[in-house]
Design a protein around this ligand. Structure first.
Ligand code: T4K
Length: 375
């Protein structure tokens, strides 16, 4: 990373000394992966922090999604209602499980799945709904749960952006049949690379334990076609260290998030795709702005203007996953059934959104230069 460049985010890390001290015991035990003591210790600490009944740690958020979907043993070719306004991982995890994503449009105000459109996408092949709490904006969990119960569907939330958030005081990992978090370096909370599945059905713990370890059950028995998706001990220890600081990181983000909002709210043509809602305790993960027609240029114009000045915002999430080459041409009919023009709100958001640089200990001078550039 060149110092002169301002990138979209910067990893939150414990002090060097704190991490080095914490990993020292690994040189005594020589046990550095395969569900070591820190793996389980960290799972327990996460259960407390997230206030969820169970947590299964994974090597990254993507594999956590793949493993969570696989754990439900859906028949191949079944349909899953999901959103195209997300990181490509969400759609890949569905397709790599042999399932067909059926894309549902999103709501203009927050980019989450439009729950009013879900029921018309349900067919006899539908088995699950996989919504995304995009940018930490919480989906309508109550309505989604009502629809899922009515139609006997599973709900797996992609909660990659929602670590530590609460809805009406309840940890976000308690909604649906499972919620998947990402602990990638770019996230509010990181374990270098990492992820986790949160859920309440204790039987799922054993299933995921096997699946993330090649499907091995005991020493001589392989019960499932698993993968290698275990979190190693170095990453688990990074998680244990970062967990001690997570409330500070979130508070630092809150202060800078409010500063952006106050300074940018009067700019004509700029609105926010992240808002405060009284029912949601946010983690302030991203700062997505929407560029409207009254602004001096369009989204790409602002993106390039900033890039020319060494400020690298990102167009998360453009293009929509359903418009990516791997989905638009290959088997397009199956993937895009029920979508096409019907994802036009998602497409509109994707063409106007810009995630501007934002991290926990962002210097005020950096924030000010971004604000004045946008103004
Ligand atoms: N579902 C959703 C909704 C997701 O957003 C994601 C991941 C997943 C599932 C899958 O979770 P993981 O398997 O990743 O755990 C990034 C992240 O790699 C990815 O985790 C994230 N979403 C996605 C939205 O963004 P890139 O390709 O944009 O990352 P990159 O390398 O350009 O990094 C962005 C900025 O972060 C850099 O400009 C600087 C900073 N950075 C990056 C790295 C790698 C650091 O400060 N330190 C670092 O080590 O994908």
């Amino acid at each position: 990373m060149e110092d002169s460049k301002i990138l979209v985010t910067k990893t939150s890390m414990p002090s060097y000394e704190e991490y080095i001290e914490a990993i020292r015991p690994l040189w005594d035990s020589h046990w550095i992966t395969n569900m070591g003591v820190y793996h389980r210790d960290f799972e327990n600490k996460l259960k407390d922090y997230l206030a969820v009944p169970e947590v299964s740690l994974m090597v990254n958020g993507h594999m956590a999604l793949e493993m969570a979907i696989q754990a439900f043993d859906f028949p191949r070719g079944s349909e899953v209602i999901t959103t195209p306004f997300t990181f490509i991982s969400t759609t890949h995890a569905i397709v790599r499980n042999g399932l067909v994503p059926v894309f549902c449009d999103v709501k203009a105000e927050d980019g989450t799945m439009d729950e009013a459109l879900i029921e018309q996408l349900i067919t006899e092949k539908t088995v699950a709904i996989i919504p995304v709490h995009v940018y930490g904006n919480i989906c309508n969990v109550e309505e989604i749960s009502r629809i899922a119960q009515k139609h006997g569907l599973k709900v797996i939330y992609d909660a990659a952006h929602a670590f530590g958030e609460k809805y009406k005081g309840v940890g976000i990992g308690n909604f649906g049949d499972a919620s998947v978090f990402s602990f990638h370096a770019t996230k509010v909370f990181n374990t270098i690379e990492g992820g986790a599945v949160a859920f309440s059905d204790h039987k799922l713990y054993e299933k995921l334990y096997d699946l993330k370890n090649f499907g091995i059950h005991g020493t001589e028995l392989v019960e499932g076609v698993g993968a290698n998706a275990k979190m190693n001990e170095f990453c688990a220890i990074m998680g244990i260290c970062n967990l001690k600081h997570i409330d500070e990181y979130i508070e630092e983000r809150r202060i800078r998030w409010e500063y952006y909002r106050n300074e940018l709210s009067s700019v004509r043509g700029i609105s926010f795709l992240c808002g405060e809602t009284p029912t949601v305790q946010r983690n302030y993960s991203y700062f997505p702005i929407l560029i409207g027609q009254e602004y001096q240029t369009n989204r790409d114009g602002l993106f390039e203007h900033m890039a020319d000045r060494n400020i690298f915002a990102r167009k998360y999430f453009f293009p929509l996953t359903c418009d990516q080459n791997c989905y638009k041409d290959h088997n397009a009919k199956a993937y895009l059934r029920n979508s096409g023009l019907k994802v036009d709100i998602a497409r509109n958001l994707a063409s106007r959104v810009l995630v501007i640089p934002f991290w926990a200990d962002m210097e005020q001078s950096v924030q000010d230069s971004i604000i004045s550039m946008i103004k």
